[in-house]
Ligand binder design. Sequence first.
Ligand SMILES: [Zn+2]
Length: 94
Amino acid sequence: MFPLSVPPSGPLSVPPRWPARANELLSSGVVASVCEVCGRRPSVGMSISHSHRRTKRRWYPNVQRVRALVNGSPRRLYVCTSCLRAGKVVKAAR
Ligand SMILES: [Zn+2]
């Protein structure tokens, strides 16, 4: 609509994008409780009191630390329990 008000497109004018994949977030150490297999992460919503005051709350996925085989070598992974139940990770032998 207003082409003059649009800033010139270039690599410097593009805002830094938040990384989409959970593994990038995990390696940067920003976000806690993210499944490394499916990328499940906390979802947000509102907790509503009896007087209907609304405050934000988060629901965390059930993420467990497991020793799993990744390319044949044991690694420590943070995996949600739905991925564990579905057998998406191979547990390392103790
Ligand atoms: Zn998962």
